[in-house]
Structures are given as structure tokens and as C-alpha cells.
Design a protein around this ligand. Structure first.
Ligand SMILES: CC(C)(COP(=O)(O)OP(=O)(O)OC[C@H]1O[C@@H](n2cnc3c(N)ncnc32)[C@H](O)[C@@H]1OP(=O)(O)O)[C@@H](O)C(=O)NCCC(=O)NCCS
Length: 174
């Protein structure tokens, strides 16, 4: 795999149109792009980061938003990684992996206790994710092994269990 060298940074207001176009292109529909806009409008976009190439074009994007868990006696803070997109011509060159590492580092800086993701079960374990049902988590989407979690602080999943719910913008996603 060739590693595409890219710059990673938090989104700026001027990036929003490029992010919308990128996500639409990667998913081949506008639903996830609209989801990111809705999260941004509602203040639910905790972390929104981009990867840009040497020409300063946005070639990748990752979003993290708060989640709630049914049982969470210590009020631990959790986020969901979603959506993530890399432009088709830059996929499978390591851009997505760099975005995940960068995003998880930003989560740690914000003292996020745990992260969940619904995605390819063969992709996310390399970043420290494990099957979320093994931690006692359930999800709204019937993801089974595709629903994964990892703790970012010691004990970040302690006593947390039950249904994980994404922020309100996801309820509008078709
Ligand atoms: C998923 C995505 C963000 C990965 O970004 P990327 O830059 O291509 O990822 P990397 O180069 O870091 O890693 C590539 C690895 O991702 C995994 N992967 C990517 N797409 C995959 C898919 N559709 N099915 C299974 N695994 C996949 C593979 O393990 C691949 O490794 P390989 O090339 O050795 O087989 C990108 O393919 C994308 O934008 N896809 C369309 C949108 C999407 O499905 N987003 C994820 C759900 S929110």
C-alpha cells in the first residue's frame, strides 16, 4: 500500500463546502454529507477533521459526535466515530488510517473516555477497537460485530453498558 502524505487538521469554516462534496463523492449520495452539516448546525460535531493533499485539497474527512449509554453511573464521556470518507482516487493509500489516528488523539486531548464505531469489522480492530457487545454495549442499527468500541482512558468503559445512542442528527439519517 502506498502511503499518501497528507496534512491533518481540524476543519475550518471555509472547508464546509469541500467536506460536503467529498463525503457525497465517497458515499455516492448526500445523506452522510447532510448528516455532518446537521451535526455542525446543532453543535453535535465534537471533532471534525480533514486530510488535505499537497495542493491543499480536502481528500479526507472524519467526524466524532457525543453518544449516550443506557447505563453509565460514572457519567463517562463517549463519542461515536462517523462518518468517515476519503475521496475515491485517494482510497487505500493510508489516508483513512491517518485520519483515525489523528481523530483518536484529539479525543484523548478532550478526555473522551471511550469511542464507538459502526464499520468494517476487519478494519477498525487495528486501531484498538473491539466488538462492542463484548463490552456489554448494544446498538440501534443491528450491527453485531460491526459495532465496535475502545476505551481511551483507564476504566473508560467501566460499568458502562446497554444501548448506545448517537446524537440527534443520526435520527434524521435515512
Ligand atoms: C472506508 C474509507 C474511509 C477508508 O479510507 P482509506 O483511506 O481507503 O483507508 P486506508 O487506506 O487507511 O485503509 C485501507 C483499508 O481499509 C479497509 N477498507 C476500506 N474500504 C473497505 C471496504 N469497503 N470493505 C472492507 N474494508 C475496507 C481495508 O482493510 C483496506 O485495507 P487494504 O487496502 O489492505 O485491503 C474509504 O474507503 C471510504 O471513504 N469509503 C467510502 C465511505 C465509507 O464507506 N466510509 C466508512 C463508513 S462511515
Amino acid at each position: 500500500m502506498t502511503i499518501e502524505r497528507c496534512r491533518l487538521r481540524i476543519e475550518q469554516p471555509a472547508d464546509t463546502d469541500a467536506i460536503y462534496r467529498l463525503i457525497t463523492e465517497a458515499f455516492q449520495n448526500e445523506a452522510e454529507a447532510h448528516l455532518v452539516d446537521t451535526m455542525r448546525e446543532r453543535g453535535e460535531l465534537l471533532i471534525s477533521a480533514v486530510a488535505e493533499d499537497a495542493q491543499q485539497q480536502v481528500i479526507g474527512h472524519i467526524a466524532f459526535s457525543p453518544v449516550t449509554v443506557a447505563t453509565n453511573p460514572k457519567s463517562l464521556s463517549g463519542v461515536g466515530l462517523a462518518p468517515m470518507a476519503v475521496s475515491p482516487e485517494h482510497q487505500r493509500q493510508g489516508v483513512g488510517s491517518q485520519l483515525i489516528q489523528y481523530g483518536l488523539d484529539r479525543c484523548r486531548e478532550l478526555n473522551v473516555d471511550f469511542v464507538v464505531v459502526l464499520g468494517h469489522p476487519e478494519y477498525y480492530p487495528r486501531f484498538g477497537f473491539q466488538v462492542a457487545s463484548d463490552c456489554g454495549f448494544e446498538n440501534e442499527y443491528g450491527g453485531d460485530d460491526a459495532f465496535m468500541a475502545q476505551e481511551l482512558t483507564p476504566g473508560g468503559l467501566f460499568d458502562c453498558n446497554g444501548l448506545v445512542k448517537y446524537c440527534s442528527a443520526f435520527a434524521d439519517l435515512e
